[in-house]
Design a binder for this molecule. Structure first.
Ligand SMILES: NC(=O)c1ccc[n+]([C@@H]2O[C@H](COP(=O)([O-])OP(=O)(O)OC[C@H]3O[C@@H](n4cnc5c(N)ncnc54)[C@H](O)[C@@H]3O)[C@@H](O)[C@H]2O)c1
Length: 254
């Protein structure tokens, strides 16, 4: 018995990092995965790994989720595969960083589009289906969404992730009467292909920050996906609107 048996899970950004791990774990727990990514190569490799492990997955990459129309088409096609969709796992995002005085307006808008708007586009596309059948929206926020830091110019990124966290609360409020739950997992620092370099050669204040994580290590994709698995499953059927911080305790230190 898997914890997600008979569920269909749409997962964005399966091309690597936590999205790939989400596809592997959710498939292992019995979910049928419908994935997408901006890039085909990474997504195809995830498909190979999931099938090799005995899981079920269909991949629609390339899809640019920052384009509302493309996202709506993907969601429609994804639901059509099994005539069903139970979980929307909004993992994909592309950040950009820069000090306020340096970040261009184009880059600001890019981040809002590629970290916040893409979540709303996917939610809006699946919402009518979820209104009929119920469902779970699982968003990936970030500890950047609720605090500022001195070691990274995350003004746009933090704003977008703060938006994802508050959007989750409102989706929970609006969705409950339709049997829709909305939950957010906010990772601390997780080692993925996009962030691994920071551990080796990140700036000193960043290294200091991760060195004082109370649980004594940086995070791995599994740390996030295991939390997401619980929240997406029926075990969490009375949980909605939360922002679960998974960060080894890093943010409790202030
Ligand atoms: N790694 C961390 O330390 C960390 C910390 C906090 C939050 N997060 C969040 O966790 C999630 C996954 O992070 P990760 O480190 O695995 O990222 P990643 O960059 O390794 O993977 C993100 C995937 O999303 C895809 N993607 C990005 N924009 C897209 C778009 N417009 N359309 C379709 N696909 C798109 C990318 O191609 C990539 O495969 C993200 O939402 C990220 O903001 C990460």
């Amino acid at each position: 018995m898997g914890r997600l048996d008979n569920k269909v899970a749409l997962i964005t950004g399966i091309g690597g990092g936590m999205g790939r791990q989400a596809a592997l774990t959710f498939a292992r727990e019995g979910a049928k995965i419908i994935g997408c990514d901006l890039y085909e190569d990474g997504a195809n490799e995830t498909v190979r790994l999931v099938r090799e492990a005995g899981g079920e997955i269909v991949n629609f990459a390339p899809v640019d989720l920052s384009n509302a129309e493309a996202t709506a088409k993907w969601v429609e096609a994804a639901i059509a595969v099994h005539g069903q969709a139970d979980i929307l796992y909004n993992n994909a995002s592309t950040p950009k960083f820069g000090d306020v005085q340096d970040l261009s307006i184009e880059d600001w808008n890019f981040v809002i589009n590629n970290e916040l708007n893409l979540v709303f586009y996917a939610v809006k596309a699946i919402w009518p289906h979820f209104m009929k059948n119920g469902g779970v929206v699982l968003n990936i926020g970030s500890i950047a969404g609720t605090r500022g830091v001195e070691f990274m110019s995350q003004n746009a990124h933090g704003t977008a992730k703060g938006g994802v966290i508050s959007l989750t609360q409102q989706l929970a409020a609006e969705g409950a009467k339709y049997g829709i739950r909305a939950v957010c997992v906010s990772p601390g620092f997780i080692v993925t292909p996009s962030t691994a370099w920071l551990v080796e050669s990140g700036p000193e204040p960043f290294k200091k920050n991760i060195a004082r994580i109370p649980l004594g290590r940086v995070g791995q994709p599994d740390d996030i996906v295991n939390a997401a698995l619980f929240l997406a499953s029926d075990e969490a059927s009375w949980i909605t609107g939360i922002n679960l911080v998974v960060d080894g305790g890093g943010t409790v230190l202030g």
